[in-house]
Design a protein around this ligand. Structure first.
Ligand code: 5GP
Ligand code: ZN
Length: 142
């Protein structure tokens, strides 16, 4: 896609700190890292989000994520790694080209904001009803 910033990175028109590349996937460091080692994994073929990405690119990204998380463990010895992927402006997706964030928490580092939310007990009736709506929608899809 002409104006997409991550497509420009794929084409080499914008520099990046690349950590991995194959025919389907590119992984590079986020330039505004939440923590050291914050890495983005993207499909080389443009797709906006999880609604749009083809299965083979999604599979490739998630298989590569296993290799990269192992490398992050070796290189940075994190106490944990959050894998985060945002879809749509309502979820604060800023770059509309699918990307999986790998965000390590390095020893002694602060809590990861993406991994910390307040646990509040839910309304079981509402949860059951919502589950029913999603399950019904799944039955109607392929
Ligand atoms: P989102 O909110 O869409 O999930 O996150 C987009 C991420 O892309 C942000 O963490 C942001 O720092 C990162 N980002 C935006 N522009 C660039 C860029 O030009 N290069 C790199 N390496 N990362 C970028
Ligand atoms: Zn793109």
């Amino acid at each position: 896609m002409e104006d997409c910033i991550f497509c420009k990175i794929v084409r080499g028109e914008i520099p990046s700190f690349k950590v991995y590349e194959d025919d389907k996937v590119l992984a590079f460091e986020d330039i505004n890292p939440i923590s050291p080692g914050h890495t983005l994994i993207i499909p080389k073929r443009h797709a906006r989000d999880l609604w749009e990405i083809p299965d083979e690119d999604l599979t490739a990204i998630h298989l590569v994520s296993k290799r990269i998380i192992r490398a992050i463990k070796t290189a940075l010895n994190p106490t944990g790694v959050a894998c985060v992927q945002l879809n749509g402006p309502g979820a604060n997706q800023v770059v509309p080209h699918y990307h999986l964030h790998l965000v390590p928490r390095v020893p002694g580092g602060p809590e990861l904001p993406v991994a910390a939310w307040e646990i509040k007990e839910g309304d079981m009736g509402a949860i059951q009803q919502t589950a029913g709506r999603i399950a019904a929608a799944l039955k109607g899809s392929s």
